[in-house]
Design a protein around this ligand. Structure first.
Ligand SMILES: C[S@@+](CC[C@H](N)C(=O)[O-])C[C@H]1O[C@@H](n2cnc3c(N)ncnc32)[C@H](O)[C@@H]1O
Length: 284
């Protein structure tokens, strides 16, 4: 095995160790059963399957910003358990291919999709996005939500994304960037330590996109509204007894979910991380 392949294997191992939750499908199925939810809808899964700041609201905001329309072919890189892909399929009529490196996430994505019933418009594949065979000019849009923080070679990824886009196709990102203070306080949802944290600042990210031939259409720092969202979330009154909570993202994030979320807020407050959303277009 050459050095590049060896590094790749080590990196994959670290990513899998960080995200993988054994028996995730069974855990989630049991949680819905305990909550008395034998039938679930796409709305019911929102607290559980949108693994990024501002949850489903952010997914919708991005889909609107990007102008996603029925029939568009979308590639979702690092799709997690499939919440954003299902939202694009169920609410925007897109045909979505979701790719994720965690096998349990892909199984869970398929199970939830079957249960909420949008499976004719989604395909989920267990793949490392750095090894995904990006075919030329296949997608109207590529999107990635809170994943490039784990990608060291962003230049190569962006080059491949450009190749996969049809002419004038768009790439939508919703990502964590570094702030003026470093390092972030760990654990965070995307890393337990520095070994798989590859955040760069917003300017660097824009430079990498430009160098890959992707032209800026829209760019916004949404750190402030992200902080407001967290404040609102923690100040929500607890549900009265008798009203069971719907299963949430903590099941996907595992035992340290609370610390990870707390550190996201701390890191935003201390300007250790910034949250950005952007849309770029393939230049002809
Ligand atoms: C914070 S989660 C976001 C999941 C999803 N995009 C969402 O917003 O609900 C980051 C995801 O990126 C995936 N990921 C990280 N590195 C990856 C890689 N090299 N290839 C494919 N997926 C990757 C992780 O497995 C995880 O599901």
């Amino acid at each position: 095995m050459d050095r590049k392949s060896e590094n790749m294997k080590t990196h994959q191992k670290l990513i899998i160790e960080h995200y993988r939750q054994a028996n995730l499908e069974e855990t989630i199925t049991a949680a819905y059963e305990r909550a008395g939810m034998n039938q679930i809808s796409h709305d019911d899964t929102a607290p559980l399957d949108e693994f990024h700041i501002r949850g489903r609201a952010a997914t919708r905001e991005l889909a609107e910003l990007a102008g996603l329309k029925p029939g568009m072919k979308v590639l979702d890189l690092g799709c997690g358990v499939g919440g954003p892909a299902r939202t694009l399929a169920a609410e925007y009529g897109c045909n979505v291919t979701g790719v994720d490196i965690i096998e349990e996430y892909i199984h869970t994505a398929k199970m939830l999709t079957d249960r909420v019933g949008v499976n004719d418009k989604t395909t989920f594949l267990h793949r490392d996005m750095m090894e995904y065979p990006f075919e030329n000019e296949t997608f109207d849009a590529v999107w990635t939500l809170h994943t490039t923080m784990n990608i060291e070679n962003k230049a190569e990824l962006f080059k491949n994304i450009r190749r996969a886009l049809k002419p004038e196709g768009i790439f939508i990102l919703y990502e964590i960037c570094s702030g003026s203070v470093s390092p972030p306080v760990y654990p965070v949802p995307w890393a337990s330590d520095a070994s798989i944290n590859f955040i760069v600042d917003g300017e660097e990210l824009q430079k990498l996109l430009k160098n890959a031939g992707l032209e800026k259409v829209y760019w916004q720092d949404v750190t402030e509204s992200s902080l407001q969202w967290y404040k609102k979330l923690v100040s929500q009154p607890k549900k009265k007894t008798g009203h069971k909570r719907k299963p949430g993202i903590n099941l996907v994030m595992g035992d340290t979910a609370r610390d990870k979320m707390k550190n996201v807020v701390l890191n935003m407050k201390e300007n250790r991380i910034r949250v950005i959303q952007g849309v770029v277009r393939k230049k002809s």
